[in-house]
Design a binder for this molecule. Structure first.
Ligand code: A2P
Length: 268
């Protein structure tokens, strides 16, 4: 009886509620948070779920968010933009540890290793918050077991917007689970487009000019060996698709794996 009372008291008040455990703000436009994970939630690294808050009208206000944590993590992590007048992120950006979010435990998405044919090199191509699904995939041992090289290209307007991805990538060699797998396989190519930094330019331009291949000392795209995962704004996704198609890669899906896959980054 006592146990049941305790369970009833701990039961969240919202449907599909999860409790926020930590929040980190990176810039005035970007933040990440972690929350509890439903025990029943199984997902493949790279997938997304619907998360949100209860709206003023009493209806859930939900948006698609890539899960940024790996599938083995006991918590879930999300990386988000803050849009001042965005219906969800204008409120979500103020979330505090201990508060609740709504999470529909139905993961879906095409940015998964299963949707790619086997290959030697895996390109992770992201703009802005599009790095989130790669934050998950980069910490999944399967990524490193299936590919000989992983090349992460991430482009943002300003250097501070690269911090979340940069911290994650730089921590990989010391990761107790995958550190040894990563050794010698990882190329990280962050660039900015509107602030001076060590490396600059759009991903599309750095690929079509050949700059990224020259800088990293690696061969140009080859459909027999290269696989790519794309996650960014709609315009970026369209433009990089053309670059990949021109190189001979074709788009895959869960039902028909091929050489590259695409997901649109969350935008409020
Ligand atoms: P740029 O500054 O040249 O527009 P945003 O913040 O608008 O989502 O953009 C994130 C990053 O993606 C920026 O560095 C931006 O470069 C780049 N970007 C935007 N559109 C494209 C595109 N069509 N092709 C390649 N890169 C793009």
């Amino acid at each position: 009886m006592t146990d049941q009372t305790a369970v009833a008291k701990a039961t969240p008040t919202l449907p599909d509620a999860q409790t926020v455990t930590s929040v980190t703000h990176y810039t005035d436009r970007l933040f990440a948070f972690r929350c509890t994970r439903p025990q029943s939630l199984r997902f493949r690294s790279g997938e997304f779920v619907m998360i949100g808050l209860m709206g003023d009208n009493g209806k859930p206000l939900l948006r698609a968010y890539s899960i940024a944590s790996p599938s083995w993590d006991e918590e879930l992590e999300f990386y988000s933009i803050k849009v001042p007048d965005g219906p969800l992120t204008s409120r979500l950006q103020h979330i505090q540890p201990g508060e609740q979010i709504i999470l529909r435990p139905k993961p879906v998405g095409t940015l998964v290793i299963d949707a790619l044919l086997p290959g030697k090199r895996l390109w992770m191509l992201a703009t802005g918050t599009g790095i989130a699904p790669f934050a998950s995939l980069l910490r999944d041992p399967e990524t490193w077991e299936k590919f000989e090289q992983v090349i992460v290209m991430h482009t943002c307007r300003e250097a501070a917007e690269l911090t979340y991805g940069g911290n994650l990538v730089h921590a990989l060699p010391d990761d107790p689970l995958i550190g040894e797998l990563v050794a010698g396989k990882l190329h990280y190519y962050p660039t900015t487009t509107r602030e001076d930094s060590a490396q600059m330019g759009r991903i599309t331009d750095n690929m079509t000019s050949g700059k990224v291949f020259a800088d990293l000392g690696i061969a140009p795209l080859d459909p027999a060996q290269d696989r790519a995962m794309v996650c960014g704004s709609l315009d970026f996704n369209l433009d990089i698709k053309k670059v990949l198609e021109d190189a001979g890669l074709s788009e895959g899906a869960n039902s028909a794996p091929a050489e590259y896959v695409v997901e649109k980054a969350f935008v409020d």
